[in-house]
Design a protein around this ligand. Structure first.
Ligand code: AMP
Length: 425
């Protein structure tokens, strides 16, 4: 036997039994994005490495350790240095915004994207090399209302999916005016405890001390004593953060202040947010996260434009939903079309009529005896069978309930009504 080829490490096949849960979660995301007035955008799955290096920061994990590089067909060193699979959607969306001159459109622009992201990290439970994110970005809105609105949107998403106990972690990391003082304070504090830092943190301490705070291996006592960004906010950042918090309070949206929430990417400013199932924070398994990135458009060559967005992980959302026993949308009841006459065109014609009426249909194309066809329809999960008889595809046909075995004759055109009347779908 030929050697079996396996899926790459850190990837998973979405198998049919999970498909219904994914469909349901993705359609909630799409529908909510529309209800929040967002328009769909898609960008290439690969971009120039430089876009991510500039956009996410050279010292972000995504750039420093997890970039999934791709070469052309010849795979030369040069090509491999040039392209990478996207680790997150924001940099590509902002590139598209600038490249397509979208700043002239009436703003703020509200955009959404749903698709795969790639990070070449060590795979573990809930952490894959290819995963799916639902992303919402608002470009051209300084907030604070839109910050609260997006947190509301994420909460609604988890609520509609049926996840309980989702809590938002919130912080403000200031802006170009006040962050330098906070950075300095962090460097001074951590430099005094340098020996207790991990090798990664020691290396990053001076280049990007904020990253020391979100080092998962940072000693909790050391983290607890560290300077807090909220104590260094300038007046404008303080007013913005108070504005966001007041709105969340007014809407009754729960959040906890999380001083370590600085996010791994350099482009964030002011509001940062992450969503967790309460009690699961310790496992570093955020369901989603995001924040404000008022400096990114300019950093990538556009005009200075405020913006905010989040990415919610679909893989972890589906996992958590299944763990909590959230409802998994049942697929439409399946109708099998069978018959013992050698009339395959007739089966396809009847299947077509039923599909036009909105039913999910699988015709049996085999020459097996009718009994065998009915048996395999039931095994394949069909709830109903339409049996074509002497009348051919013009009917009448027999509609059989495969659970109870009851059946009766009915006109082809009346099958959909009869199925619906029985309570399904
Ligand atoms: P991040 O930009 O890292 O905060 O990612 C946003 C969300 O995407 C996370 O909260 C996760 O739900 C999801 N996510 C990020 N990385 C992975 C991964 N390697 N595997 C699965 N989901 C991920």
């Amino acid at each position: 036997m030929a050697q079996q080829i396996r899926a790459p490490r850190g990837t998973r096949d979405l198998l049919p039994e999970e498909g219904a849960a994914w469909n349901r979660v993705e359609s909630i995301a799409r529908s909510l994005a529309e209800r929040f007035g967002c328009a769909r955008i898609d960008t290439p799955l690969f971009e120039r490495v430089e876009l991510f290096a500039r956009g996410l920061g050279e010292t972000s994990d995504a750039v420093e350790k997890e970039m999934f590089r791709v070469g052309g067909a010849s795979g030369s060193e040069e090509e491999r240095a040039e392209w990478a699979l996207r680790p997150e959607p924001t940099a590509g969306i902002v590139r598209a915004y600038i490249e397509n001159g979208m700043h002239v459109r009436p703003g703020p622009l509200r955009l959404w994207l749903l698709g795969p992201m790639f990070r070449y990290a060590r795979p573990q439970a809930g952490r894959y090399r290819q995963f799916t994110q639902w992303d919402v970005e608002v470009i051209g809105d300084p907030g604070p209302m839109v910050d609260a609105e997006l947190i509301d949107l994420a909460h609604r998403f988890y609520a509609e999916v049926g996840l309980r106990d989702v809590v938002a972690h919130l912080n403000s990391i200031g802006d170009g005016v006040c962050r330098p003082r906070f950075r300095e304070a962090l460097v001074t504090y951590f430099a005094a405890h340098e020996a207790r830092l991990t090798a990664d943190s020691r290396r990053r301490l001076r280049a990007n001390p904020l990253r020391v705070l979100d080092d998962t291996l940072l000693e909790p006592e050391l983290a607890a004593g560290a300077p807090r960004s909220v104590d260094y906010l300038c007046d404008a950042c303080r007013a913005h953060f108070d504005g966001v918090r007041n709105l969340l309070d007014a809407l009754g949206l729960r959040y906890v202040l999380d001083h370590r929430l600085v996010r791994g990417l350099d482009y964030y400013s002011r509001t940062t947010v992450e969503f967790y199932v309460a009690g699961r924070e310790g496992q570093q398994q955020a369901l989603g996260g995001g924040g404000r990135y008022d400096g990114l458009v300019e950093l990538l060559g556009g005009r200075s434009t405020p913006a905010i967005g989040f990415g919610l992980g679909i893989d972890r959302t589906v996992l958590a939903a299944l763990e909590q026993g959230a409802p998994v949308h049942a697929s439409m009841p399946l109708v099998a079309v069978v018959g013992d006459l050698d009339d395959l065109a007739g089966r396809l014609r009847v299947a077509g009529t039923l599909r036009d009426a909105g039913l999910a249909v699988r015709p049996d194309g085999s020459p097996r005896r009718l009994g065998r066809q009915l048996e395999s329809a039931a095994k394949a999960g069909a709830r109903w069978a339409v049996i074509i008889g002497e009348g051919g595809s013009e009917g009448p046909v027999v509609l059989r309930d495969l659970e109870s075995g009851e059946q009766h004759e009915v006109a082809v055109d009346a099958v959909a009504a009869a199925v619906t009347e029985a309570g399904l779908p």
